[in-house]
Design a protein around this ligand. Structure first.
Ligand code: WQD
Length: 346
């Protein structure tokens, strides 16, 4: 079995990707310093896959510690690099912390990939590199606008670093994956998004519905969209996870025409905030308490993907609908509540 190193493997998308990689015959190890990730996620992943998954508790900004992973695992053939800070508002408040962490960790992991001849690399990027796109749906050739946040800038810089590195290392294959809005949870509800105080819409919805939050706000209903609220491209986290598996299989098959390629990972449909709330109420049967509030600074009005390149070249298809996203997110939230009650009882 080909061994893959997943950085940030104790995080939301990292954990779900480990599940998909193992389901597709890969051997996986994780590195996560647990500053944002959690061993609860890893435990859930191990329950889903039915076997232990080793995590190295290492900060990738420490090159020596990172190297030990490669010395101990000379059979690593690929890397999926998630490990990065990803809160937009936090990056606005602490730009240097974001540049230091997100860029240094990437540079170190690329140094190790070079040193230990690991030639397949998937980089976790984001639709936020597009900023406010002029043309929708947005395709991979769209010009990258001025980023809305330091977080988005670290993604633009990360892509450029990967591109320059690939230019002078022809044997090295890197795939840049630009996520739109990953949501939902694994169908078993054993893993999902773990955030105490989430800022993203879907965990805010499920926390409001389960009573963890008294109510929520819709940030802006005066946008030039069909119902006045922002449009986003929501995509199930398991579809995102499978795209990483497909990206590794793509470059490992040697079918890739270039050694640095970029793909949009979105469903291809734009959904407004109010439409998503309606979808959640329909699926869950819950009435959501929300009020219509002012716009949130930094929000783009509308963005959704042209995903035909990934569907065609990566042989990737979307398996989960918007209703599946709401259903799995809701069942995960309910499972967390049961788990919390069980732990309290013990
Ligand atoms: C979606 C919509 C909000 C909360 C983020 C990151 C981006 C990428 C995807 C990593 C917006 C509205 C939200 C709430 C609301 N992540 N909203 N009430 O901002 O599109 O993108 O996730 O790559 O980098 O920024 O996601 O879920 O925060 O917001 O009305 O309580 O929901 O205004 O229109 P966003 P989001």
């Amino acid at each position: 079995m080909s061994k893959i190193l997943v950085t940030g493997g104790c995080g939301y998308i990292g954990g779900h990707t480990i599940v998909d990689l193992i389901a597709n015959g890969f051997e996986v190890i994780s590195v996560d310093d647990l500053s944002k990730g959690s061993l609860v996620m890893l435990g859930g992943v191990e329950r889903v896959v039915g076997r232990p998954v080793k995590n190295y508790r290492v900060n990738l900004c420490n090159l020596d510690d990172t190297e030990t992973i490669f010395i101990e695992n000379p059979d690593i053939v690929g890397i999926v690099h998630f490990a990065a800070y990803k809160s937009v508002p936090e990056s606005v408040q602490q730009p240097l912390r974001y540049f230091e962490n997100n860029i240094n960790s990437l540079v170190n992991i690329l140094k190790c990939a070079k040193e230990y001849k690991v030639n397949h690399f998937v980089f976790s990027s984001s639709c936020s590199v597009y900023g406010n796109a002029d043309k929708l749906p947005v395709d991979e050739n769209a010009p990258l606008k001025e980023p809305e946040s330091p977080y988005a800038r670290t993604k633009q810089m990360g892509e450029a670093i990967c591109r320059d590195f690939a230019k002078i290392n022809p044997d090295f294959n890197v795939t840049l994956l630009r996520y739109f809005n990953p949501v939902g949870a694994h169908p078993t509800a054993l893993i999902g998004e773990l955030q105490e105080k989430p800022e993203n819409l879907v965990p805010v919805i499920t926390q409001t519905a389960i009573g963890k939050r008294r109510e929520m706000q819709v940030f802006g209903t005066d946008y030039p969209t069909r119902d006045g609220s922002c449009v986003r491209d929501y995509i199930h986290v398991m579809d995102i996870a499978n795209a990483h598996t497909k990206a590794l299989q793509y470059t490992m098959s040697g079918d890739n025409e270039t050694n640095c390629d970029v793909f949009n990972l979105g469903s291809g449909s734009g959904v407004t905030v109010l439409e998503l709330i309606n979808a959640f109420e329909k699926v869950s049967g819950e009435k959501l308490h929300y009020k219509l509030g002012p716009r949130r600074p930094g929000d783009v009005v509308e963005v959704y993907a042209n995903n035909s390149k990934a569907r065609c070249l990566l042989d990737w298809d979307i398996k989960y609908s918007l209703e599946d996203m709401m259903d799995t997110a809701w069942r995960w939230e309910q499972n967390m509540k049961r788990e919390a009650a069980r732990i309290k009882l013990n």
